[in-house]
Design a binder for this molecule. Structure first.
Ligand SMILES: [Fe+2]
Length: 392
């Protein structure tokens, strides 16, 4: 990207500031059931302290977690009549951050109240997540959220999705996103994702608790293939060049594998004859050292019976595998260490191409906001609701 010279770099390829997040996007910030009905919750996102609380109608609201009066955290306060009350001197704020009560000035008018506004972010709740538009609303007006999130969250009559627990990783978010390269699966996840090989092991009388591929580790090689529309993949082959099934689909897939600011989508097939599902992973910076991840699996459904059947399939087969894969990825992100040190010392190879493209898209989007006052470069695809087309 030519515009990277327009902005100072933290380290090669990382514009200064991007390490703390890419603002002006809709982010999932918490799962619905993690937010109580009657208590505020403080959490950090994109290096900023936020407070989330439910108002009288149960709707979530997001404010900057500081009382405009004496700068203490509003999340130490309480929810009263659907309003957030600061614990310190009792100022109360509504979901838009407007001060509605100064306890020692019960007669205060609008003029006086408007002097103490808490910063507020647009917020909504869809698909079991609380979403916030973390950005400068006037400079970059938020697009309708329906145009930014995957379609299965919007049409629960046509899709079913099952969420995993929220994860927090000890790694910078850019290192976490680096893990979206599609060729490490055949090495890092060789035990957790090698479905057909595992099935053959089980069919040969292997023990399910210790299921592993029949082809020994030492006899496996990686072949890089270009998929039809979805970038590079690694496939595992044995010494004769026979492909071992690794659970990813290689046939034609439409849509983006990566959407700004941090959504990775993968089409997976849990067993050789099971319906494929889409694995979605939202990667949200907490601060320089930590990242929060939201992960779910989604299927297209024909009717309500599918929902029950897939729930069982998810719990028994998909969820344990997703959790194991997540642990493996988490460990790699952690041991990558410091972002600056890692980027300064890495040596990249040809199959790192797709990862490099994602890095460039993130850097270009950040620099475009800073220098051109635009939300994403012109060549960046608009985040589409259906970033992967489900097989019918
Ligand atoms: Fe991975």
């Amino acid at each position: 990207m030519s515009d990277k010279q327009d902005w100072p770099e933290l380290v090669r390829g990382v514009p200064q500031g991007l390490e703390l997040g890419l603002r002006n996007y809709w982010y999932p910030i918490i799962q619905s059931e993690e937010l109580p009905a009657d208590k505020p919750l403080g959490l950090k996102c994109l290096n900023e302290d936020l407070v989330v609380f439910r108002d009288g109608q149960g709707r979530p609201n997001v404010l900057y977690d500081r009382c405009p009066h004496r700068f203490v955290k509003l999340s130490s306060g309480r929810v009263l009549d659907g309003q957030l009350q600061c614990a310190y001197h009792g100022l109360r704020f509504d979901g838009q951050g407007a001060c509605v009560l100064i306890p020692w000035e019960p007669e205060a008018g609008q003029e006086q109240l408007s002097k103490v506004c808490a910063k507020h972010y647009p917020c909504t709740e869809i698909g079991g997540y609380v979403w916030a538009y973390l950005g400068e609303v006037e400079r970059f007006p938020p697009p309708p959220i329906e145009t930014c999130i995957p379609e299965e969250l919007l049409y629960p009559d046509r899709f079913v999705h099952f969420r995993l627990d929220t994860e927090e990783w000890d790694a910078n978010w850019l290192l976490v996103i680096d893990g979206s390269d599609a060729y490490h699966a055949v090495t890092l996840h060789m035990e957790s994702q090698f479905h057909e090989a595992v099935e053959r092991y089980l069919a040969a009388g292997g023990d399910a608790a210790h299921a592993k591929p029949l082809t020994p580790l030492a006899d496996r090689r990686v072949k890089i293939v270009e998929t039809d529309g979805h970038g590079l993949r690694g496939v595992s082959v044995d010494l004769e060049g026979n492909m071992l099934d690794h659970g990813h689909r290689l046939d034609k897939i439409k849509g983006e594998r990566f959407n700004l600011p941090g959504l990775v989508s993968n089409l997976l097939r849990p067993t050789s004859n099971a319906a494929p599902y889409v694995s979605r992973l939202f990667q949200v910076p907490i601060d320089y050292h930590r990242t929060r991840l939201f992960r779910y699996a989604a299927w297209r459904i024909e009717g309500p019976d599918d929902r029950e059947r897939l729930k069982e399939h998810f719990e028994k087969v998909v969820k344990p595998r997703q959790m194991k894969t997540a642990e493996e990825d988490k460990e790699m992100a952690r041991v990558a260490g410091d972002l600056v040190e890692s980027r300064a010392n890495e040596v990249l190879f040809a199959p790192d191409r797709d990862m490099i493209r994602i890095r460039r898209r993130l850097a270009a989007a950040y620099v475009a906001q800073q220098t051109q006052n635009v939300r994403a470069p012109a060549d960046e695809p608009t985040p589409t609701p259906a970033s992967l087309v489900f097989p019918a």
